[in-house]
Design a protein around this ligand. Structure first.
Ligand code: DC
Length: 219
């Protein structure tokens, strides 16, 4: 069987809910799930731990090449340490976006991402799943939501009101990171011509998951 038939690529901006949707689609189909953003986040965290500047492309790529990472069921370990929460901070998100601009860092992580594919099938989420990592994926989805809605979801997650200084900060962080991910020269975030657009601004998670499963069933 052509393994490409069992690949679903879900790309989209930060905090769009693509991780939740992608992992639920994977569970529904019995596929594995690749959170590619976690690899960029791990690279940024590892650089910080090793006192390597996020701007030093060669040094960061060297670290990315040899990330001492182990993915367990619900835990991500870096050098044996549980970093599942540490990689989710806004600071490390910004670091990930910074190191992700560099071609050598992206190249260092490319094969590692492709190795997640087995004959079980794979749902991958990120910014370049459909354009670079799995260009022959059976289904490509561009999953997005307005920046304000994404900021509101993030605020709800961390339990702060959807107005005020802290909220405005979240919104502007989201907009800054989107802009950086869209404008970069290498593997920028964009909707591909062959990707289905899924705007989740007015959809529940269940509705978004169902939409992806319906598209997959049709191909
Ligand atoms: O999806 P996320 O927020 O965890 O991703 C963190 C950063 O990593 C994001 O700002 C850009 C980068 N990234 C990328 O360049 N390519 C991917 N496939 C996934 C993430």
């Amino acid at each position: 069987m052509n393994l490409n038939r069992k690949i679903i690529a879900i790309d989209g901006p930060s905090a769009s809910g693509k991780g939740t949707v992608a992992s639920r689609v994977a569970a529904a189909l019995g596929f594995d799930y690749l959170d590619s953003g976690a690899l960029y986040r791990l690279t940024a965290l590892y650089a910080q731990q090793q006192s390597v500047s996020w701007e030093d492309e060669d040094a960061v790529a060297g670290l990315a090449e040899n990330l001492p990472v182990v993915f367990e069921a619900n835990i991500i370990r870096l050098n044996g340490q549980d970093v599942s929460d540490a990689i989710r901070s806004e600071e490390i998100g910004m670091g990930a976006s910074t190191v992700a601009r560099f071609p050598k860092v992206r190249a260092a992580l490319l094969q590692r991402q492709r190795h997640f594919l087995t004959d079980k099938g794979l749902v991958g989420d990120g910014r370049d799943m459909g354009s670079v990592v799995f260009p022959d994926a059976a289904l490509k989805v561009f999953l997005t939501a307005s920046a304000r809605i994404r900021a509101e979801r993030r605020a709800a997650q961390i339990g702060i009101p959807t107005e005020g200084v802290a909220f405005e900060r979240i919104l502007s962080d989201i907009e800054t990171r989107d802009e950086a991910d869209r404008r970069r020269a290498v593997a920028p975030l964009k909707q591909l011509p062959d990707a289905y657009l899924l705007d989740t601004s007015d959809l529940s998670i269940e509705q978004a998951v169902k939409k992806v499963l319906d598209w997959y069933a049709q191909i």
